[in-house]
Design a binder for this molecule. Structure first.
Ligand code: SF4
Length: 465
């Protein structure tokens, strides 16, 4: 049985989502070819000879890219069995099936892929029998990265010294025990998470260190969903590789609840923690059901400073509930907490994405806001009640894309956005002259001093959805 596993994009990481099933499928007797189309071309010959082609869909961008390849796959191999697996496969099932996808596997997908392989081997190419969403415990094997492009092809760690460090990527858990309304994990995992055994995670990291990794990104949706798993893991990791650094993603609520563990992160080589702060307006945070408040975020930022740790906050800066004044307020909070160096500029332009199955659709005010599901774009379109906010989002996005292309610093980009936001607010129609949430109306000419002050560790490809 010849299987081709394909990833189209995974934020510049070597995909765990191919390496893990590659190991399981090989152990079950398949011949597996892995293709990461983010860094290599489609291998037409492998596709033409395959019995099964399976696309890994961990995120929105990856899904849209994958669908653009389906026609070519069918042309090269009209009878091949087409499968999509990963987070975005089940929520977009109807559309993917319409495009000719035969099997959809979401959640814990390794066992589903093996079952599919056995079914095809037995010439039972009928309707799908494997569950579309599986959450059962997997028998993980050490991910097989032998067929993937080298780590040097992927995003690197930037410490501001012009010496890029090679980055590896692994996952110690999947899913999440929380139910944030805007999160794409919720429709699939519905408040559950599954761990990868410590010995598998360590073996995977060991292999990547041998392949040159100097830093590891843990791609767990929330590293502190299971602190009893995460903390011994990083301690064991640090004991074996004292020079190795890493980064993780942890929500504000967990960072505060487990504040006494922050020194453990710092002392085991954690260079930064990404945290989905999303907003600084308590009303918006309540709508998103984020489980933290503006005050909680501020407390977390201060705790990080006290502990000598770097916080990498991410935001859904533009959403239907933010006003121009609210956007300025967000910039003020970031500036006052001295987080400008820690926020990737794309975060100032992120617009809320409402994918299929989003819990946001439970809210009457969201139902009345969104249009019909856009199958090709894979989201529910929405327009801000104040078109001037949508206009600002477009201008900020354009600015960020152009400025990053020119290699401008985070401070320089922030200063331009700051001016742009004030300009939009001061010239907009129907805006209150003063507002309690904008702390002070600084003149639009306010510019931050630029420079490489307080450069903080970062990956060369920032996080977004
Ligand atoms: S946003 Fe983060 S904490 Fe919330 S459900 Fe998603 S992964 Fe979990």
């Amino acid at each position: 049985m010849k299987i081709v596993l394909i990833s189209t994009y995974e934020l510049g990481h070597q995909p765990f989502g191919l390496a893990s099933p590659a190991a399981s499928l090989k152990a079950a007797g398949a011949s597996v070819t892995c293709l990461d189309l983010a860094v290599e071309a489609l291998n037409d010959r492998a596709i033409a000879q395959a019995d099964l082609v399976a696309f890994y869909l961990p995120m929105h961008t990856a899904t849209r890219l994958a669908t653009s390849f389906f026609e070519r796959i069918r042309r090269l191999n009209p009878t091949v069995h087409l499968c999509c697996f990963g987070l975005y496969a089940p929520v977009n099932e109807a559309y993917l099936r319409k495009l000719g996808v035969d099997t959809i596997l979401g959640g814990e997908f390794e066992s589903g892929l093996i079952a599919l392989m056995r079914r095809l081997r037995a010439k039972e190419d009928g309707p799908q029998r494997e569950p579309v969403i599986a959450l059962e415990k997997q028998d993980f094997l050490t991910p097989d990265r032998s067929g993937l492009p080298p780590l040097s092809k992927y995003a690197f760690l930037d410490l501001g010294d012009n010496q890029p460090r090679t980055v590896g990527y692994t996952e110690a858990s999947r899913g999440c025990k929380h139910l944030c309304r805007h999160c794409p994990i919720v429709p699939v995992y519905n408040g559950r998470f599954r761990v990868v055994p410590q010995e598998i995670v360590l073996a995977d990291i060991r292999n990547q260190v041998t392949a040159g990794a100097q830093h590891i990104t843990f791609g767990d949706p929330d590293f502190f969903n299971g602190p009893g798993h995460a903390l011994p893991l990083i301690q064991a990791l640090h004991a074996e590789f004292p020079q190795l650094t890493y980064d993780v993603t942890i929500k504000v609520e967990h960072l505060l609840k487990l504040a006494e563990q922050l020194p453990v992160l710092r002392d085991t080589g954690c260079l930064f923690v990404t945290s989905a702060v999303e907003a600084v307006d308590d009303q918006i945070l309540t709508i998103l059901d984020k489980g933290h408040t503006r005050a909680n975020f501020i407390r977390t930022a201060l705790l990080f400073r006290e502990n000598g740790l770097t916080l990498n906050p991410t935001f859904v800066a533009f959403n239907p509930w933010i006003s121009l004044a609210g956007y300025i307020d967000l910039l003020h909070v970031i500036r006052e907490l001295d987080l400008v160096e820690q926020v990737a500029p794309i975060q100032y332009a992120i617009r809320l994405l409402i994918p299929a199955g989003s819990r946001l659709l439970e809210l009457p005010n969201v139902q009345s806001l969104v249009g019909a599901f856009d199958e090709a774009a894979l989201f529910y379109p929405w327009a801000h009640p104040d078109p001037q906010v949508d206009q600002l989002q477009q201008t900020v996005l354009q600015l960020v894309q152009q400025s990053e292309g020119k290699g401008e610093s985070r401070r320089a980009i922030f200063a331009q956005i700051w001016q742009m936001a004030y300009q939009a607010y001061l010239t907009a129609e129907n805006q209150p002259a003063t507002t309690p949430i904008v702390p002070a109306l600084a003149p639009p000419s306010f510019v931050l001093v630029d420079g490489n002050r307080n450069f903080t560790p970062r990956l060369s490809e920032p996080w977004y959805c």
